[in-house]
Design a binder for this molecule. Structure first.
Ligand code: HEM
Length: 270
């Protein structure tokens, strides 16, 4: 007979008795249930990240229309409100912007919730991770940490911006946006958010490509090197575009400050 060690807990005794009764195969089936949920949650995190990343790049290109002209930004704003369905008057349906902002907000919250599963939960875990990072000096591991920090920043600052977009969808345009930035004192938030978004987005897309091996080819190491270069170029490009747009809104905001609140009329650009 198989002897159970002294002091062993009840659960172990129960398992041992099952082993003794020759129930090993059933035990493995019954007691060690494999869950598909971690894989499903991982997939959901990747898809929500991909959708948000593509949204952010498109969004920054749209916001940068101010670099072409005030008219270009105003026309694009009306277009996003589906003004083509209402040709008789300027502007469209700002509620569409609200709906998009709410949908993005929900996706944003879901993505953050999924990502939090992997965050260090206690100060001790955090210190262990930092110590390993310092020891390993592995750039992909460091980048994961950058994502944790920028994700944390985005959660607060991005929420403020999304709430404003959802609640004031008709308050977007060359003057409305510039006044919000300058006279509404939002520029520090946008500046920090811009860096957080750009770093987080580019690193996120790079990690997705590595994780799912989308561009692996016959030499994954070479691909990884190339992906790193592409990631750096994309970060520099979007940061430069974002900063140029930021400067344009701030400049318009300063010039327009005495008339803050007045809306831009199409074709009134000097
Ligand atoms: C449907 C959702 C969104 C809409 C309609 C929207 C719209 C806008 C608009 C119109 C601006 C120009 C400034 C202003 O009017 O206040 C802007 C700037 C900005 N947005 Fe969004 N946004 C959305 C979602 C997001 C999200 C999810 C993020 C990041 C978490 C984000 C990050 C930024 C940043 C960093 C800027 C400043 C860009 C620059 O100065 O170059 N936006 N957004």
């Amino acid at each position: 007979m198989l002897r159970v060690p002294r002091g062993c807990c009840l659960q172990q005794e129960h398992i041992m008795s099952k082993v003794v009764d020759g129930e090993m195969p059933r035990l493995l089936r019954d007691e060690v249930k494999k869950s598909r949920w971690p894989a499903r949650l991982d997939l959901a995190q990747s898809f929500s990240g991909l959708a948000l990343g593509l949204f952010m790049w498109t969004h920054l290109i749209l916001v940068s229309s101010i670099l072409i002209s005030k008219d270009a930004m105003m026309k694009l704003t009306y277009f996003m409100e589906a003004s083509f369905l209402k040709p008789e008057e300027p502007g469209g349906y700002p509620l569409l912007v609200s709906a998009t902002a709410i949908a993005v907000f929900l996706l944003f919250i879901a993505h953050a919730g999924l990502a939090m599963r992997k965050f260090p939960a206690t100060w001790k875990q955090h210190r262990v991770f930092r110590a390993q990072m310092a020891m390993m000096k592995h750039s992909d591991t460091n980048q994961w940490y950058t994502q944790v920090v920028t994700g944390f920043i985005m959660f607060f600052l991005g929420s403020v911006h999304l709430y404003i977009m959802a609640s004031q969808p008709d308050n977007i345009g060359p003057y409305a946006s510039a006044d919000r930035m300058w006279s509404g004192h939002m520029w520090p938030l946008y500046l920090v958010l811009l860096f957080a978004v750009e770093l987080h987005g580019a690193i996120g897309m790079y990690r997705l490509a590595i994780k799912w091996g989308v561009f692996d080819g016959d030499d994954p190491r070479r691909t990884r090197r190339r992906l790193k270069t592409v990631k750096t170029l994309i970060t520099v490009f979007f940061l430069a575009l974002g900063l140029a747009s930021f400067a344009a809104y701030v400049k318009i905001g300063i010039e327009h400050a005495p008339h803050a609140g007045e809306r831009y009329q199409l074709g009134s650009e000097p």
